[in-house]
Design a protein around this ligand. Structure first.
Ligand code: AMP
Ligand code: GLY
Length: 422
């Protein structure tokens, strides 16, 4: 069968890598893709937001299935667009209404409250409610968390230690610190615990829990500095014990899937739970309507089963009967970034050494190649190196042996990925 994958990051390269291994895959197209996805299929120059062009492409090229990588097209309604204009081609992803779980923090918080899903206590405020919000901050415990309501590329969160910081941040957000995304601000209680990512694939009724992982969001070692998209990840995190994962399924996953059904949302696709483990209890800090990046770069390698039958089961709604096997090996990924990221950074620096990698999967994110196939940096997060190991320490050692083999100007990476959990 022919598949179109939307997106162009490291996540999409890992998704393309997995799809391309399936004997069921005839042609894989990636729109717009990157030099890495070009090794798994054919890149096509269609933007992730250009739904009309995607529908035309699927018609002309007999595409049987669309898989969506990033949140943007989902929040903008790519699934609804296909349902209206090309209903014979299933799209793996939720409709716009379901994508609101990621697209609006206030929507997500209301959803969790309505369906009794554990999350931090909160209130949300718009510009019109500024005075009320400021008064609410006055009597709130510290530290507290401010979140831009809308999509802010993982950057719209401020953790405030003092009332001054909270007041300043709150006003700045309502004044447009994150553009439209912060025209509504969620104020929530700070939770002290350890974070992890649990992603499920669901057909709206049943689900498969993908291998749990932990990503490292801050730019600096020891989890310091600005938030990024993610600088590395490991799977499985040792503290995600079977008992804890059972609790997550009972207290978080099951009520979320049931809640979506109750609310009349036909959610088919990936659903990402950003969790914080407080003692033995899981709390949801965020939902995403897609896979994580760089979590995908450790999760896809740990899915043993062919992914295409799983996608087809999601589309048909019989996922409960599908086979799902994970790879017992551990996996780790380290992101090689451009120094300066998540602020400004230089692009166009030559990347060398890819051919020297050993026992390592190389996933491209921000790269371009020229006519001769020479690679250059083209983004903040440039490459992700993923390795297996019999256990996490071995997977991490393999990653860090390989980081030394690849080079580009201004290369930066965290040397402490995974150290806190092994
Ligand atoms: P989010 O964009 O909601 O994932 O938040 C970004 C980061 O802020 C998370 O990865 C956490 O490290 C932190 N964070 C968000 N909400 C809370 C909370 N209620 N308590 C503690 N940390 C939080
Ligand atoms: N790595 C965090 C995310 O994809 O949202």
């Amino acid at each position: 069968m022919n598949i179109l994958l939307l997106g162009s990051g490291g996540r999409e390269h890992a998704m393309a890598w997995k799809i391309a291994q399936s004997p069921l895959c005839k042609y894989l197209y990636i729109a717009p893709g990157n030099p890495g996805t070009a090794e798994c299929g054919q890149n096509v120059p269609i933007a992730v937001r250009d739904f009309n062009a995607q529908v035309d492409f699927c018609r002309e090229n007999k595409v049987d299935l669309v898989v969506v990588g990033p949140e943007d097209p989902l929040v903008l309604g790519v699934v609804d667009h296909f349902a209206e204009h090309l209903p014979t081609v299933p799209v793996i992803g939720p409709p716009a209404e379901g994508a609101q779980l990621e697209g609006s923090k206030a929507f997500a918080k209301e959803f969790m409250q309505r369906h009794a899903i554990p999350t931090a206590a909160y209130r949300s405020f718009t510009v019109a409610e500024k005075a009320e919000g400021l008064a609410y901050l006055q009597q709130h415990d510290l530290p507290l968390v401010l979140k831009a309501d809308g999509l802010a590329a993982g950057k719209g969160v401020l953790i405030c230690q003092t009332l001054e910081e909270a007041t300043e941040g709150f006003i700045a957000m309502l004044d447009g610190m994150f553009g439209d995304a912060s025209s509504r601000v969620v104020v929530e209680a700070f939770l002290e615990g350890i974070e992890l990512t649990v992603i499920v694939l669901t057909d709206g009724q049943s689900w498969k829990v993908l291998p749990p992982s932990k990503d490292y969001k801050r730019i600096g070692e020891g989890d310091t500095g600005l938030n990024t998209g993610g600088m590395g990840a490991v799977s499985p995190p040792p503290f995600a014990t079977p008992a804890f994962m059972t609790t997550v399924e009972e207290q978080v996953i099951a009520p979320t899937i049931k809640g979506l059904r109750t609310d009349g949302i036909a959610y088919k696709g990936f659903l990402y739970f950003g969790l914080i483990k407080v003692g033995d209890a899981p709390f949801v800090i965020e939902y995403n309507c897609r896979m994580g990046d760089p979590e995908t770069q450790v999760i896809m390698p740990r899915i043993f089963s062919d992914i295409i039958p799983l996608y087809l089961s999601v589309a048909r709604g019989d996922l409960a009967e599908a086979e799902f096997e994970t790879d017992p090996r551990a996996a780790a990924t380290v992101v090689l970034a451009s120094s300066g990221y998540p602020g400004s950074f230089e692009k166009g620096l030559e990347i060398t050494g890819c051919e020297h990698l050993e026992d390592c999967m190389l996933f491209h994110a921000g790269t371009v190649s020229d006519d001769q196939g020479i690679l250059y940096t083209n983004g903040g997060r440039v490459l992700a190196l993923s390795c297996y190991g019999t256990d996490l320490p071995e997977a991490l050692r393999n990653c860090y042996t390989n980081t030394a083999r690849i080079y580009f100007g201004n290369r930066y990476f965290r040397r402490d990925i995974g150290w806190d959990v092994v």
